[in-house]
Design a protein around this ligand. Structure first.
Ligand code: SF4
Length: 171
Protein backbone atom coordinates (compact mmCIF):
# COMPACT_ATOMS: atom_id res chain seq x y z
CA UNK A 1 0.00 0.00 0.00
CA UNK A 2 2.79 2.36 0.94
CA UNK A 3 4.55 1.51 -2.33
CA UNK A 4 1.42 2.31 -4.36
CA UNK A 5 0.95 5.57 -2.53
CA UNK A 6 4.56 6.52 -3.18
CA UNK A 7 4.25 5.66 -6.89
CA UNK A 8 1.08 7.74 -7.14
CA UNK A 9 2.86 10.73 -5.67
CA UNK A 10 6.06 10.47 -7.70
CA UNK A 11 4.95 9.28 -11.16
CA UNK A 12 3.90 11.77 -13.77
CA UNK A 13 0.24 11.65 -14.84
CA UNK A 14 -0.71 9.15 -17.56
CA UNK A 15 -2.25 11.81 -19.74
CA UNK A 16 -1.03 13.22 -23.02
CA UNK A 17 0.31 16.73 -23.16
CA UNK A 18 -2.31 19.23 -24.30
CA UNK A 19 -1.61 21.11 -27.54
CA UNK A 20 -0.55 24.71 -27.23
CA UNK A 21 -3.28 27.33 -27.61
CA UNK A 22 -1.39 28.73 -30.61
CA UNK A 23 -1.45 25.34 -32.42
CA UNK A 24 -5.10 24.85 -31.57
CA UNK A 25 -6.10 28.36 -32.66
CA UNK A 26 -4.21 28.06 -35.97
CA UNK A 27 -5.88 24.75 -36.80
CA UNK A 28 -9.37 25.87 -35.84
CA UNK A 29 -9.03 29.17 -37.75
CA UNK A 30 -7.81 27.32 -40.87
CA UNK A 31 -10.75 24.97 -40.58
CA UNK A 32 -13.26 27.80 -40.23
CA UNK A 33 -11.67 29.74 -43.12
CA UNK A 34 -11.80 26.74 -45.49
CA UNK A 35 -15.37 25.96 -44.41
CA UNK A 36 -16.42 29.58 -45.01
CA UNK A 37 -14.79 29.53 -48.46
CA UNK A 38 -16.35 26.23 -49.36
CA UNK A 39 -19.78 26.42 -47.76
CA UNK A 40 -20.31 30.13 -47.18
CA UNK A 41 -20.75 29.50 -43.47
CA UNK A 42 -19.06 27.83 -40.51
CA UNK A 43 -18.94 24.08 -40.33
CA UNK A 44 -21.84 22.35 -38.56
CA UNK A 45 -21.23 18.85 -37.31
CA UNK A 46 -23.74 16.21 -36.24
CA UNK A 47 -22.13 13.49 -34.19
CA UNK A 48 -23.63 10.01 -34.54
CA UNK A 49 -22.72 7.37 -31.98
CA UNK A 50 -23.25 4.12 -33.88
CA UNK A 51 -22.42 1.84 -30.97
CA UNK A 52 -19.23 3.37 -29.62
CA UNK A 53 -17.80 2.54 -26.18
CA UNK A 54 -17.96 6.34 -25.62
CA UNK A 55 -14.19 6.72 -25.60
CA UNK A 56 -14.43 8.53 -28.94
CA UNK A 57 -17.23 10.72 -27.55
CA UNK A 58 -15.04 11.80 -24.65
CA UNK A 59 -12.51 13.17 -27.14
CA UNK A 60 -15.21 14.76 -29.30
CA UNK A 61 -16.82 16.35 -26.24
CA UNK A 62 -13.43 17.75 -25.29
CA UNK A 63 -13.65 19.99 -28.37
CA UNK A 64 -16.36 21.92 -26.52
CA UNK A 65 -14.64 22.17 -23.14
CA UNK A 66 -13.02 25.29 -21.70
CA UNK A 67 -9.60 24.43 -23.13
CA UNK A 68 -10.58 23.76 -26.76
CA UNK A 69 -13.81 25.80 -26.87
CA UNK A 70 -14.31 25.25 -30.61
CA UNK A 71 -17.36 27.47 -30.86
CA UNK A 72 -15.18 30.54 -30.44
CA UNK A 73 -13.89 29.74 -33.96
CA UNK A 74 -17.39 29.29 -35.37
CA UNK A 75 -17.40 25.50 -35.49
CA UNK A 76 -20.38 23.94 -33.83
CA UNK A 77 -22.07 20.68 -33.07
CA UNK A 78 -25.75 20.64 -33.98
CA UNK A 79 -28.58 18.57 -32.59
CA UNK A 80 -30.40 17.98 -35.85
CA UNK A 81 -28.96 16.39 -38.99
CA UNK A 82 -31.03 18.93 -40.96
CA UNK A 83 -28.59 21.62 -39.82
CA UNK A 84 -25.42 19.61 -40.42
CA UNK A 85 -22.72 19.66 -43.08
CA UNK A 86 -20.75 16.75 -41.66
CA UNK A 87 -21.84 13.52 -40.03
CA UNK A 88 -19.11 12.51 -37.62
CA UNK A 89 -19.74 8.82 -36.97
CA UNK A 90 -18.15 6.79 -34.19
CA UNK A 91 -18.50 3.16 -33.21
CA UNK A 92 -18.57 -0.09 -35.16
CA UNK A 93 -22.20 0.38 -36.38
CA UNK A 94 -24.14 -2.08 -34.32
CA UNK A 95 -26.99 -3.80 -36.13
CA UNK A 96 -29.41 -1.92 -33.87
CA UNK A 97 -27.91 1.44 -34.90
CA UNK A 98 -27.71 0.74 -38.63
CA UNK A 99 -31.15 2.08 -39.53
CA UNK A 100 -30.78 5.14 -37.29
CA UNK A 101 -27.51 5.96 -39.04
CA UNK A 102 -29.06 5.63 -42.49
CA UNK A 103 -32.05 7.78 -41.46
CA UNK A 104 -29.74 10.43 -40.05
CA UNK A 105 -27.80 10.45 -43.31
CA UNK A 106 -31.01 10.74 -45.35
CA UNK A 107 -32.14 13.68 -43.20
CA UNK A 108 -28.90 15.61 -43.79
CA UNK A 109 -29.10 18.11 -46.67
CA UNK A 110 -26.60 18.13 -49.53
CA UNK A 111 -23.75 18.87 -49.76
CA UNK A 112 -22.80 16.59 -46.90
CA UNK A 113 -19.80 14.59 -45.84
CA UNK A 114 -19.45 11.46 -43.76
CA UNK A 115 -16.44 11.15 -41.49
CA UNK A 116 -15.75 7.83 -39.77
CA UNK A 117 -13.86 8.60 -36.54
CA UNK A 118 -12.07 5.98 -34.48
CA UNK A 119 -10.75 2.51 -35.17
CA UNK A 120 -14.17 0.90 -34.61
CA UNK A 121 -15.82 3.11 -37.23
CA UNK A 122 -13.17 1.91 -39.69
CA UNK A 123 -14.36 -1.68 -39.18
CA UNK A 124 -11.46 -2.65 -36.97
CA UNK A 125 -10.80 -2.67 -33.25
CA UNK A 126 -12.27 -4.50 -30.30
CA UNK A 127 -15.78 -4.97 -31.72
CA UNK A 128 -14.75 -5.99 -35.26
CA UNK A 129 -15.68 -9.66 -34.83
CA UNK A 130 -18.84 -9.12 -32.86
CA UNK A 131 -22.02 -10.79 -34.13
CA UNK A 132 -23.88 -7.60 -33.19
CA UNK A 133 -21.98 -5.29 -35.57
CA UNK A 134 -21.76 -4.60 -39.27
CA UNK A 135 -18.66 -6.06 -40.86
CA UNK A 136 -16.62 -3.20 -42.26
CA UNK A 137 -17.80 -0.37 -40.00
CA UNK A 138 -19.36 2.81 -41.36
CA UNK A 139 -18.16 2.17 -44.93
CA UNK A 140 -20.37 -0.93 -45.03
CA UNK A 141 -23.43 1.33 -44.66
CA UNK A 142 -22.56 4.76 -46.10
CA UNK A 143 -20.06 6.31 -48.49
CA UNK A 144 -17.30 7.54 -46.24
CA UNK A 145 -15.48 10.72 -47.29
CA UNK A 146 -12.78 10.67 -44.66
CA UNK A 147 -11.49 8.38 -41.95
CA UNK A 148 -9.83 9.54 -38.75
CA UNK A 149 -8.04 6.59 -37.15
CA UNK A 150 -7.20 6.21 -33.49
CA UNK A 151 -8.61 4.52 -30.42
CA UNK A 152 -9.75 7.09 -29.69
CA UNK A 153 -8.58 9.91 -31.99
CA UNK A 154 -7.45 12.98 -30.03
CA UNK A 155 -9.21 16.34 -30.40
CA UNK A 156 -6.28 17.56 -32.51
CA UNK A 157 -6.58 14.45 -34.75
CA UNK A 158 -10.26 15.29 -35.20
CA UNK A 159 -9.52 18.91 -36.09
CA UNK A 160 -6.79 17.92 -38.56
CA UNK A 161 -9.13 15.40 -40.17
CA UNK A 162 -11.93 17.94 -40.59
CA UNK A 163 -9.47 20.46 -42.02
CA UNK A 164 -8.22 17.86 -44.55
CA UNK A 165 -11.84 17.21 -45.51
CA UNK A 166 -12.56 20.89 -46.16
CA UNK A 167 -9.33 21.34 -48.11
CA UNK A 168 -10.11 18.52 -50.51
CA UNK A 169 -11.03 19.63 -53.99
CA UNK A 170 -14.71 19.27 -54.78
CA UNK A 171 -15.57 16.32 -57.03
S1 SF4 B 1 -12.24 3.41 -31.43
FE1 SF4 B 1 -11.67 2.91 -29.29
S2 SF4 B 1 -12.52 4.60 -28.10
FE2 SF4 B 1 -13.53 4.68 -30.09
S3 SF4 B 1 -15.43 3.48 -29.85
FE3 SF4 B 1 -13.84 2.06 -30.58
S4 SF4 B 1 -12.97 1.14 -28.70
FE4 SF4 B 1 -14.09 3.00 -28.10
Amino acid sequence: MRKLLFQGLTRSPLTEAAPTQAELAALARDLDRTAQARLGHSLSIREVDAGSCNGCELEIHALGNAFYDLERFGLRFVASPRHADVLLVTGPVTLNMREALVRTYDATPNPKWVVAAGTCALGDGVFADSYACEKGGVAAVLNVDLVIPGCPPTPIDLLKGLLALMERPAV
